[in-house]
Design a protein around this ligand. Structure first.
Ligand code: ATP
Length: 342
């Protein structure tokens, strides 16, 4: 079956890792018509918009998008395209599975976490202003509606995928009203899911626990900001930002993107690891019912990683993005542990 999917290559390492995924999907035999759209600074230079209407229309029409990272310049004058996209499409849930990959060495061997991050509010509401010179106020928004929706998403996920525990992460001892409301909504939803254990951890203590005993946690339910920070921490548990995928879900639309950002330090050097976006793409294939092809690609990726000869710098190797991508393509074509000529 032919699929039409929106592709946002993004900037920084985005175009390199996006083209790697497109190449692997083509070699795997998928019939996909990609509708390519710019976003962020690249789009602004062409259309004067950072989040062009044509891009939003394309995602609304196709219901599915694969997205590379889009840089948000630090400082004033540029609101985040990533946040804007999530708001515009009401992509209220950000799902990030964090697992050890075969052949990828890390400090731990038994990490299998699911991060469920609220995606639309909290300090990401972008409500900041100068009260008087030298004093800035940044407003944290937590609503019953969004907190209940994300809690329900976490518990539904846990039930559908046989997970045993959902842990809400918060700082309600300090932010009694806002994080307090998040917890209250989580508790209310938890009562409907008696088959799943529910507990709570304060975010700082949760970070320590994650570093000491990541195997003891299961599904993590977090408001937006803690979700962002804890995601990078969790990526560090399994080999870094190059290997952790993600999916943003709304009611009808889903946008798949890696946890990492645009990594400007390694952009345009053919050094980026495309694994995180590839795994995000495989989540997308599961979502559009291309499970068999997703399984084949995953097996090819695993074989390349286990073989270990061809891996990118972040995983201790010397391969370029292209060499790593081609090694996966060769695996798909031959099914053997083919190695590059060099
Ligand atoms: P943001 O704040 O935009 O979300 P981030 O905190 O996720 O960004 P990145 O820009 O993604 O930060 O990357 C931090 C560092 O991790 C980079 O400097 C880069 O060295 C490394 N990194 C990130 N993604 C990759 C990747 N796909 N392959 C190799 N290294 C990566």
């Amino acid at each position: 079956m032919k699929h039409v999917i929106t592709l946002i290559p993004g900037d920084g390492i985005g175009p390199e890792v996006s083209e790697a995924v497109v190449r692997i999907f083509t070699v795997a035999g998928l019939e996909i018509e990609w509708e390519r759209h710019d976003a962020g600074v690249v789009a602004f230079e062409k259309t004067n918009e950072t989040l062009p209407v044509a891009l939003l229309d394309s995602i609304r029409r196709n219901k599915v998008a694969l997205k590379g990272p889009v840089t948000t310049p630090i400082g004033q004058g540029f609101t985040s395209v990533n946040v804007g996209l999530r708001k515009a499409l009401d992509l209220y849930s950000n799902l990030r599975p964090v697992r050890n990959l075969p052949g990828v060495q890390s400090r731990y061997t038994d990490v299998d976490l699911i991060i469920v991050r609220e995606n639309t509010e909290d300090l990401y509401a972008g409500l900041e202003h100068v009260v008087i010179p030298g004093v800035v106020e940044s407003i944290k928004i937590i609503t019953e509606r969004a907190s209940t929706k994300i809690a329900r998403f976490a518990f539904e996920f846990a039930r559908n995928y046989g997970r045993k525990r959902v842990t809400a992460i918060h700082k309600a001892n300090i932010m009694k009203l806002s994080d307090g409301l998040f917890l209250e909504c989580s508790r209310n939803v938890a009562r409907e899911y008696t088959d799943i254990t529910y507990d709570e951890r304060i975010v700082d203590a949760a970070c320590m626990h994650l570093v000491m005993h990541p195997e003891k946690l299961d599904v993590l339910l977090l408001p937006n900001l803690y979700g962002d920070i804890v995601s990078d921490l969790c990526a560090g548990l399994v080999g870094g930002l190059g290997v952790v995928p993600g999916a943003n879900h709304g009611k009808e639309v889903a946008v798949f993107e890696a946890v990492h950002g645009s990594a400007p330090d390694i952009a345009l050097k053919n050094l980026a690891n495309p694994t995180a976006l590839l795994l995000s793409g495989l989540m997308m294939l599961d979502h559009i019912d291309e499970r068999d092809t997703a399984t084949r690609i995953r097996a090819a990726l695993d074989r390349v990683l286990v073989n270990g000869t061809v891996r990118t710098g972040d995983l201790g190797g010397t391969a370029t993005t292209t060499e790593f991508t081609e090694a996966i393509c060769r695996e798909l074509q031959t099914g053997s542990a083919a190695l590059p000529d060099s």
